[in-house]
Design a protein around this ligand. Structure first.
Ligand code: ZN
Length: 186
């Protein structure tokens, strides 16, 4: 069983594209702006032994506003840049009442099953409240990057910058045996 960092695609791997005040996922490759400041933090997390699993709600697939071909083009670029181990997509709309649309934990649970993830030692990284709630429901620790969309619900950690993520996760991720040793030595 391995630990994972589940990464919200929009806002972490790519910049949020605003339509009014709400972030809207890109519908075409040309609209997608990768967030290059995520490269080094994700490289460090991968080197520390975490699976990197991107997750994303893409209701445009069921509305018809987003084509599968265009999504595949975008994800092909993201795979080359960020080298995630996998990308999990919820294609449904809120009205579909599916189990995978975040804040529901279905995508995390599906990924955990496929990759044999130890959820207790895993993290969700996002800049939106829906992912913190999914993390809470799935039994992982949520790490939110400050944004207008982090809400006021349950979350474990809020950080100002992506570059602070690997250090914070490394501190939280010490092996259980070492934590017991720390307690015993006090
Ligand atoms: Zn779904």
């Amino acid at each position: 069983m391995r630990p994972a960092v589940f990464i919200e695609r929009d806002g972490i791997l790519i910049l949020d594209r605003l339509e009014g005040v709400q972030p809207m996922p890109p519908l075409f490759l040309e609209q997608m702006e990768p967030r290059t400041e995520a490269l080094e933090p994700l490289r460090q997390l991968k080197a520390a032994g975490f699976l990197l699993i991107a997750t994303t709600n893409q209701p445009g697939l069921s509305h018809g506003s987003l084509s599968r071909r265009e999504l595949d083009r975008m994800h092909s670029v993201l795979r080359q840049m960020f080298c995630p181990d996998d990308i999990f997509i919820c294609p449904h709309d809120a009205d579909d009442c599916c189990p995978c649309r975040k804040p529901k934990p279905g995508l995390l649970i599906e990924a955990a099953f496929k990759w044999h993830v130890n959820m207790e030692r895993s993290f969700v990284l996002s800049n939106k409240w829906q992912d913190a709630e999914a993390a809470h429901n799935a039994g992982c620790t949520s790490v939110l990057i400050s944004s207008p969309w982090i809400g006021k619900g349950h979350r474990d950690i809020v950080l100002a910058k992506l570059e602070d993520v690997p250090g914070r996760i490394a501190r939280l991720h010490q092996p259980a045996s070492r934590r017991v040793g720390d307690l015993a030595s006090r």
